[in-house]
Design a protein around this ligand. Structure first.
Ligand SMILES: [Zn+2]
Ligand SMILES: [Zn+2]
Length: 415
């Protein structure tokens, strides 16, 4: 037990870290270009925040949260990224600053999910949120950013699906229609959907059970029940996407799992190797800030699972370039040379170079082998003879070329 990580968690090992760095750097760079700034919030919050922000009737809150009590306060590890950001926004009065507020985050989230679903219990997410505008341009902007990011990451098999899930006004009307339509099929629904029937009937439409998927075929769709405002907004979104040359399909089945979503809902779905999986999902939530006790502040955002992203990149044959090895490995022979090399390595590192030397008392052959393993670009050898002559032998590991270089010229050579 001591040497096993808890089920559903995973170590990120040094040999894989460069892949994470690669996607993180690309994402951050894109955020900069689109004008989003980073926000970091605590890993845990008051449980009540998620009950309100995610919805007390959702599986996430009812079954999947890591919750504990401390000093008579109920606390929970964050199961998603949006509610904490909204909480921070309200608490720090960011709504009083110039709008819109555009933030991004790179976080880990925690959900106690069944291991067979293949999902991690600690998983990682990139997220984007724009607050303070209900203009569909903001929705189109974050969709464009997700689209560009996935393309940058070499994901070509992805399709954008969009939908509108209306506002509380038109959704109420649709809910009634949907419930009437579902009533004769109620007995055949799965147990989860039976409980959804009263609390959140729209969620029945994206039940994962194949039997239920069959049952809901031909169900009335939200798009046919949108109010004028929501319909106009959806048309505007579509024309904004067209203006940016972003291909999409309208899919009334995109419902989103969380209660606070309004209007725009979208998913980027990868269709590699037959199986469908959502790489990025998001939408609008115009009433979330009020839900958690803040002023009215419309918002729109997306989340993008990093584990899923890396898998999808691999499926698409995208090879993340491995980082370069050290600029040089400096091998030494004898104690006198060791002292000199320690000093030289320190100076070169301070000058900005990546330099390695042996710390295991290996012989020269062993040091060369190690230099090869760490993919050093050059090997520099210094022994008694070199100390006496003030010149070192430098071998370029790529070309195999060798030359002798005066100590004082080593810095220039590495540049
Ligand atoms: Zn509406
Ligand atoms: Zn179901």
């Amino acid at each position: 037990m001591l040497t096993n990580a808890p089920k559903g968690t995973k170590d990120m090992l040094p040999k894989d870290a460069y892949k994470w760095h690669y996607v993180e750097k690309a994402f951050e760079e894109l955020c900069r270009r689109y004008g989003f700034r980073e926000i970091r919030t605590p890993v845990f919050e008051h449980t009540e925040l998620f009950v309100r922000g995610v919805g007390g009737t959702t599986d996430v809150v009812q079954k999947e949260m890591y919750t504990w009590e401390q000093a008579k306060r109920s606390l929970s590890l964050r199961p998603e990224g949006t509610s904490p950001v909204v909480r921070a926004l309200v608490e720090n009065k960011l709504y009083a600053e110039v709008q819109p507020t555009k933030v991004y985050y790179n976080i880990s989230c925690f959900r106690y999910e069944k291991p067979q679903s293949g999902r991690l219990r600690e998983f990682h997410q990139f997220g984007i949120e724009t607050f303070g505008t209900d203009d569909m341009m903001a929705d189109a902007e974050i969709i464009a950013m997700a689209d560009e990011f996935l393309k940058m990451m070499g994901i070509t098999d992805v399709k954008l699906r969009i939908n509108s899930i209306g506002c509380p006004e038109c959704r109420e009307n649709y809910r009634k229609v949907l419930k009437e339509w579902l009533a004769p099929k109620y007995d055949q629904l799965c147990d989860t959907c039976k409980s959804r029937y009263e609390t959140n009937p729209m969620r029945i439409l994206d039940c994962k059970s194949p039997e239920d998927q069959k049952l809901v075929e031909g169900a009335p769709v939200m798009l046919d029940y949108l109010c004028d405002d929501c319909r106009e907004a959806f048309e505007e979104l579509k024309s904004d996407l067209e203006a940016m040359d972003i291909a999409y399909t309208v899919d009334p089945g995109i419902v989103r799992g969380l209660d606070y979503y309004t209007k725009t809902a979208f998913e980027f779905i990868s269709e590699n190797i037959g199986a469908q999986s959502t790489v990025c999902g998001g939408g609008r939530y115009d009433y979330l800030t009020e839900e958690i006790g803040g002023p009215h502040m419309p918002g729109v955002g997306f989340g993008l699972g990093i584990e899923r992203l890396l898998i999808t990149m691999e499926e698409n044959g995208f090879v993340i370039p491995e980082p370069e090895g050290p600029d040089a490995f400096i091998a030494f022979m004898g104690d006198r040379a060791k002292k000199y090399v320690i000093k030289l390595v320190s100076e070169l590192r301070k000058a900005g170079f990546s330099i390695e030397m042996d710390s295991l008392a290996r012989n020269l052959k062993g040091q060369f082998k190690y230099a090869d393993r760490v993919r050093a670009r050059r090997t520099i050898v210094i022994g008694d003879d070199e100390l006496d002559s003030g010149r070192a032998t430098v071998k370029d590991m790529m070309s195999g070329e060798q030359q002798t270089v005066a100590f004082e010229d080593i810095t220039a050579l590495l540049k």
